[in-house]
Design a protein around this ligand. Structure first.
Ligand SMILES: [Zn+2]
Length: 259
């Protein structure tokens, strides 16, 4: 989820640089001294290729702290990408109107438990509660969420991050185990954003935690029957003032999480 005014992101092809360094090291050092990092970087390169084969653009993929960050705000753990690659595309990604490879399974999808870290500012807490209410207000779907006060009981944890970058918030996709995305991180840089934009942003991030990708991108699994262009969809990449789900959003929710 990004701000519209900051459309052009500064995501650099970090991996390319890492690989070049690795090649350099490899050519001027003994093999045993570089075996370990070389293997790790090789795995990251191979997982990155897998993601590009899934339709994500190489320039939209970053690797940081054990996670792949796609299109600025969608996180997939390194382990999970490895599982995805191993398992193949039996149940491939869908965005809202494209979806992720994995959706939240029936053990969790009618009560996704969300925990808000105490450090989250009140205005963002309000947005989180509003976003839960937004998702719960959609009828004819099994999907439902609730806020819990015990971290250990939660599926999804909301916490604050701080980075001088154009992502407002970012979230983890559901994993191969069928659980919801584990975290939503909010960038404190946008603490003064309007309440209706905060609400839009968190509603959007919950879309990622249940497996929807970006409506304005064309990677993942297209959800048949949803519009190919939906400018007001909550799953577009850019923050708008909250004005409700679009008809396409609702259709996508009901198709992926039917009663
Ligand atoms: Zn997003």
């Amino acid at each position: 989820m990004q701000m519209k005014t900051m459309h052009l992101s500064c995501a650099k092809p970090v991996l390319t640089i890492v690989l070049s360094v690795s090649t350099l090291l490899f050519s001027c050092k003994k093999e045993e001294t570089v075996t370990k990092p070389q293997v790790a970087e090789g795995e990251i390169a191979s997982l990155t290729s897998y993601l590009t084969n899934q339709g994500f653009k190489a320039e939209d993929i970053q690797f940081k702290d054990g996670n792949f960050i796609v299109q600025n705000d969608i996180l997939i753990s390194q382990e999970d990408v490895a599982v995805r690659m191993k398992e193949g595309d039996s149940d491939v990604p869908q965005t809202e109107q494209w979806r992720n490879q994995y959706r939240v399974n029936v053990n969790y999808n009618n009560n996704i438990k969300i925990y808000i870290e105490p450090s989250v500012p009140a205005a963002w807490k309000t947005a989180v509660k509003g976003a839960v209410a937004n998702w719960n207000a959609v009828t004819n779907t099994r999907l439902a969420m609730s806020i819990v006060t015990t971290k250990s009981a939660a599926h999804t944890r909301i916490f604050m991050g701080s980075e001088d970058a154009n992502w407002v918030a970012r979230a983890v996709l559901p994993a191969s185990n069928g659980k919801p995305g584990t975290t939503v991180e909010i960038n404190s840089k946008f603490n003064s954003m309007a309440a209706s934009q905060k609400l839009f942003a968190i509603t959007h991030e919950f879309g990622h935690t249940v497996g929807y990708l970006h409506t304005d991108q064309t990677n993942g699994i297209f959800i048949p029957g949803t519009p190919s262009v939906d400018a007001k969809s909550v799953m577009n990449s850019f923050v708008l003032p909250w004005a409700g789900f679009t008809a396409g959003d609702i259709k996508a929710i009901r198709l992926i999480y039917p009663l």
